[in-house]
Design a protein around this ligand. Structure first.
Ligand SMILES: NC(=O)c1ccc[n+]([C@@H]2O[C@H](COP(=O)([O-])OP(=O)(O)OC[C@H]3O[C@@H](n4cnc5c(N)ncnc54)[C@H](O)[C@@H]3O)[C@@H](O)[C@H]2O)c1
Length: 281
């Protein structure tokens, strides 16, 4: 069998694909998905180190053919985003995909530093404001700035990265540590849940708003990426997941490529949940 009728729809050759927070753990997987599809991965991150690591790894994995741009950019600044847009339009003339992936992602699982201060009743307002600014306002600003170009093109894809915590509340029991008082127990902060739920509102609003403009907008909910967490934590969280384990970051790549490519032309306003079944239990 050699003829392929449908799988060529996954080809995104030459498409300019922006990934916010591109230097982080999942940033690498977005960049791999874009590269496998033949697109140009444009990584935006506030810190250059992670992006350079992603670029180096892609060049090792895929050879010199991969197209990766690294741009230091604070996505909470509209001015900075407009600067990125200008540079990309000058070089490529189009912007095709936006993956709103950046978030303040506090690691509170086993082995992490105890963050007593983030318990709900004394959660600092400035931390709330910063988390909303990056995860939610940043996504909205990116959609405004890059969406303006997509509107003019009459084509584009926006993929908002939420979480299983955009669907369910964190089960704070898995973050508990033995032998420390209640008021010092670590919790997943409230801002994380609020940002991740709100992104789905942004998705649905924009999916309808841009339905006639050739712009598709969807949400992907990843969950519990395995990243060297201690075995005790992995065991606790595994019991909450029907598949019984955390996810391997590689398990997101094909879905990301599907959602940003023409393989998914009828998908808009949707939430795709990759969580090993956690939210159905
Ligand atoms: N890791 C998980 O288990 C998990 C699970 C579910 C959902 N998610 C979601 O996936 C996304 C990526 O998570 P991750 O684990 O790769 O996180 P990460 O912390 O590894 O990466 C986030 C990146 O965002 C960047 N960033 C922060 N503020 C920024 C700003 N103002 N401007 C530009 N970049 C900024 C950081 O420098 C970092 O490189 C997040 O939205 C997260 O909520 C992650």
């Amino acid at each position: 069998m050699s003829k392929k009728i449908y799988t060529e729809r996954f080809d995104i050759s030459g498409k300019v694909c922006i990934v916010t927070g591109g230097g982080g753990l999942l940033g690498m997987k977005h960049a791999e998905a874009i590269t496998e599809g033949g697109g140009v991965a444009v990584l935006l991150d506030i810190a250059p180190g992670g992006m350079e690591r992603v670029k180096q790894k892609l060049e090792e994995e895929y050879g010199g053919d991969c197209k990766v741009e690294c741009m230091v950019c604070d996505i909470t600044s509209r001015e900075a985003l407009e600067g990125v847009r200008e540079k990309l339009l000058e070089k490529y003339g189009h912007i095709d995909v936006l993956i709103n992936n950046a978030a303040n992602n506090p690691k509170v699982e086993g082995g992490s530093k105890n963050l007593g201060a983030i318990r709900f009743c004394n959660f600092p307002l400035d931390m709330w404001n910063q988390d909303i600014a990056v995860g939610l306002t940043g996504a909205m600003l990116c959609a405004q700035v890059f969406g303006e170009t997509m509107e003019k093109q009459n084509s584009g894809v926006v993929l908002n990265i939420s979480s299983d915590y955009g669907i369910i509340a964190p089960d704070q029991r898995i973050y508990r540590k033995e032998g420390i008082p209640e008021e010092e127990q670590t919790v997943k902060p409230v801002s994380y849940s609020v940002v991740k739920h709100a992104l789905m509102g942004l998705t649905k609003y924009l999916a309808v708003y841009w339905a006639g403009k050739g712009i598709r907008v969807n949400t992907l909910c990843p969950a519990s990426l395995e990243n060297g967490q201690d075995p005790e934590f992995q065991e606790k969280i595994g019991k909450l997941i029907p598949l019984g384990r955390m996810s391997d970051p590689d398990e997101y790549v094909c879905t990301i490529l599907y959602m940003i490519s023409d393989a998914a032309t009828y998908m808009t306003g949707a939430t795709v949940v990759l969580d090993g079944g956690r939210t159905i239990w």
